[in-house]
Design a protein around this ligand. Sequence first.
Ligand SMILES: [Zn+2]
Length: 449
Amino acid sequence: MKRVLPKITAVVLLAMAVTACSGQEETSQVSGSVEVLSPVNDSKSGYTLKFIELSGLDNLREVSGRFVRFFISPRILDNRLNGPSPQGRFIKNSEGKYVPANEQSQQLVAIYSHMQNLAKLDEAVGAGGVNHWPRDIGVAVRESSGLTNNALYDGTTDSILIVPYTKENLPIAVNGGILAHEHFHSLFFKLVMKGFDDPSDNNQTDTGSIHDRNGFMKAAGIVEEASDAAVNPRVDDGGLKKGHGRAVVISEKLVKRYYNRYFHRALNEGLADVWGWVYTGDPDFIASSLPAFKGLRTLNVADYEVVSLVKAERFRDFSAAYVNYRDRSQYEDDMRDKSYRLGTQYSRLLKLFTETAADARNVDHQEMRKEVAKWIVAALPVYRQDFIDTDSQGYYPPTRFLSVLASVIPDLNQKECEFLAEVVNSTEENTAKTCVASAKRYDLTEAKK
Ligand SMILES: [Zn+2]
């Protein structure tokens, strides 16, 4: 997996040398289904170059069509990406297939093919009507603090933004798992977040241009998101006060709004990592581009960590605590970091749940991943409503999402039910779950005390 880029570049140069004498095609006239050389992840040997078919192209030169519309170094105008289309360079080989002639062209092709596949995955798992296509994608996005090696889904513009990649591993633009992660955020945004909170909150961090976007600029971790813009608490300076060297005082009401915001983020991030794994089959898809995050974000754990899930409870405590923070941004950075960690516990848990289900049902693991993706899509609107219904009762328990998930599985079996019950029982102090058989399925219900 390492140093795939130099290898790919070498192949491209070789292809150029072989075909240079055949001349340049006017690629803006090339449309429909086109065979193009692209890095493909076959999950066994990593990324290799293969000819793949891009379909629904309007224009090969811009690599635009039914699935993607690209913008190079875009700005944001009226909540839409605005900017020129990139101009890809391709060489037609003697078989009428196209070889990208530079790195950017190769990345456009890779992104287009992944989005084409992700559209099919949406259809297959019941999310076909959620997004409108083509998807808007910004490449070579220039962000004022010079952020590199990152990507995000932005709910306001409904687009994926990719900033330059400077490392020597797999570029993010080529990493199907990271693109799937970002794509999932668009599903979560539309099925869970959209219109969730007072719409007037939207203006808090989305001021119309990437260069003004605080959430993006402060990005400390990998694939930082602005997708929860709709639920950004309206930060009321009266709610969080900085004393003269004293502890930050934060109102209970504001803490709860922060908790909700970061809990949504945790679930969103955790499920997005599941989506990356569902799509690639690679539990370390993030490490392919960002090896430093392997330990933090790997889904490859042998057992789910009760201790870490209990931390979900501590996360709630943390949120409620009136603790010492230098200022609000330090508090927010800490909460963001913790929400990613909680998210990873969800993704690891769901991978183990998928494996438990595959064994219980005697189903191939790849097939099972798709089945679990269906359940997640079915669970999102239920979770949204459940969250709205119970919001006034206090903090939303982190394992409640597992009960929501259980409720949408039409043929939940005993092993799956017991797996989920054990997680809930070992994590939450005030609830006890048991599995009761009904006509065609098991139900995760409240145990008698
Ligand atoms: Zn994310």
